[in-house]
Design a binder for this molecule. Structure first.
Ligand SMILES: C[S@@+](CC[C@H](N)C(=O)[O-])C[C@H]1O[C@@H](n2cnc3c(N)ncnc32)[C@H](O)[C@@H]1O
Length: 470
């Protein structure tokens, strides 16, 4: 158990959201990214456990914690940790060792307070909660209890492990601390795509969009670009943090907010169903730069264009096609009939996943500012995945790689990279036979593999995890 050493090195406890248990790792990247926005380099690996919803943080200040909580969607609540142990005796000993001068300001005679009891993986009846609070009577609380509007909130947090089929009698860990701030879980509800003005089949859910914006360290006055912008969900999240946003997409109808609607009971998109209107819905339309129809394989930007972050969800070919514009000699299918409501692309040809990612990394290497981040999703066929498959680039350092399972045999990985070097000609990834890139080429048939796995399992997997579930 860590010894307490006064004001200079207080410990803090984060209570993490548990709704994405198989997707815990982004928490570390998120918290690290938010601390580095405050120039607080932080080694998060020491006390982090993928299984636990609690995470002790050392070497930070209360201001650091408040700043993290003002943005995190992975963190639920934060506490100044006054004591912890694996038994009630250990907790008591630890609390008695906590410096009295650190506690005193919050236990004053004229103050009001309340104590909450939170149990993870076990439900306690009211009577048992009260018993646990009463057992804390050795702490020198001098104020008055006020359950409705207390000045100070304390919390006893008990961890009964993560197996709902094997809940122990006593908790594995017990913590006691002073509540500091809650995270931004509320954004998941208030920005839900269900209530969004303009949505499509692949609109990214709100929680993941905010996690991506945090991984990208998006901040006020940044310029953020999404080259596969779709309905602009990622721009919505980035503009919430004050960034100017722009995007491109090959789909004319999506960019212009016309054509077939994605909502049930609505055939055609209504007037003003577009990305700008989405930002207006959340009061950030002053940060809307523009969106344009453009093919990511042939970027329209001048060489000198620079972005602070690129945050994107490229197509995987499951719910949307992976295609790029071709020249007449590449024609593989006739131009589509625009009047039918289908997307209008004069000539289109297949855009292999490995080419999409090679283009994306080359683009990021050229157009990100130094220190700028690229955050994107990489689809993976799990039986064939190995870490070497994650596309690398000499100018981009891999920061994190977290898996989100889609079905038993497919997943997508949230990749975060940071630009650490300006590109030279030799740094450019070539699409074919580049030894730095070839391992991912096996995934070009991701679509076939995705559907073959679904067929094998009689369609069960297709329902397992909808791609952009909220
Ligand atoms: C997964 S969706 C992006 C969804 C978006 N994040 C949202 O929240 O709506 C991928 C997008 O890439 C677009 N796309 C496909 N091929 C493209 C290309 N060659 N260049 C640019 N966009 C492309 C599709 O039209 C689609 O809108």
């Amino acid at each position: 158990m860590a010894a307490y050493c006064g004001r200079a090195c207080r410990q803090y406890l984060l209570h993490l959201a548990h709704d994405n248990v198989d997707f815990r790792l982004p928490v570390q990247t998120e918290i690290k990214a938010l601390l580095s926005l405050r120039n607080r380099p932080f080694d998060t690996s020491e006390t982090f456990s993928e299984k636990s919803p609690f995470w002790q943080l050392n070497g930070l200040s209360e201001d650091d914690i408040r700043s993290v909580m003002s943005r995190t969607v992975c963190g639920k609540s934060s506490f100044e940790l006054w004591g912890h142990g694996t038994t009630t005796d250990e907790l008591r000993k630890s609390l008695l060792e906590y410096p009295a001068e650190n506690m005193a300001p919050y236990l004053q005679q004229h103050s009001t307070y309340k104590i909450n009891v939170y149990t993870f993986n076990k439900t306690l009846v009211f009577k048992d909660r009260i018993k646990k609070i009463d057992a804390l009577d050795f702490l020198p609380f001098k104020g008055t209890v006020n359950l409705k509007d207390p000045e100070h909130i304390f919390c006893l947090l008990e961890d009964y492990g993560s197996d709902p089929n094997d809940i122990p009698e006593d908790p594995f860990h017990i913590y006691f601390g002073r509540w500091i701030a809650d995270g931004q879980r509320e954004l998941i509800r208030s920005y839900s795509v269900k209530k969004r003005h303009f949505i499509g089949n692949t609109s990214m859910d709100a929680g993941l969009s905010f996690i991506m914006a945090n991984h990208a360290k998006v901040k006020a006055d940044d310029l953020v670009y999404d080259p596969f912008v779709g309905t602009g969900s990622l721009l919505v999240a980035c503009s919430h943090f004050g960034a100017y946003v722009c995007g491109t997409d090959i789909d004319y109808n999506t960019i212009h907010g016309i054509g077939k609607a994605s909502r049930k009971n609505q055939k055609w998109r209504g007037p003003d169903e577009n990305i700008r209107a989405n930002l207006r819905q959340y009061g950030t339309d002053r940060l809307y730069v523009d969106v344009m129809v453009s093919d990511a394989s042939k970027p329209l930007w001048r060489k000198t264009a620079q972005f602070d972050a690129i945050v994107t969800d490229p197509p995987y070919g499951i719910r949307e096609s992976t295609r790029r514009t071709g020249s007449h000699k590449d024609i593989i299918k006739p131009p589509e009939d625009f009047s039918s409501g289908e997307s209008h692309v004069p000539v289109s040809m297949a855009y292999h996943l490995s080419d999409i990612f090679a283009d994306l990394l080359n683009f990021a290497a050229r157009h990100l500012v130094l220190g700028g981040r690229l955050v994107y999703w990489l689809p993976i066929y799990r039986p064939e995945y190995c870490e070497e498959m994650v596309p690398l680039h000499p100018c981009l350092t891999l920061i994190s790689n977290c898996e989100q399972t889609l079905s038993s045999h497919t997943s997508r990985r949230l990749i975060t990279m940071e630009k650490t070097k300006e590109p030279e000609d030799s740094d450019r990834l070539s699409h074919l036979a580049d030894p730095r890139f070839t391992p991912y080429q096996g995934h070009n048939s991701f679509r076939e593999k995705y559907f073959s796995g679904v067929t094998k399992k009689n369609g069960k997997d297709a329902k397992a995890t909808p791609r952009n579930k909220e």
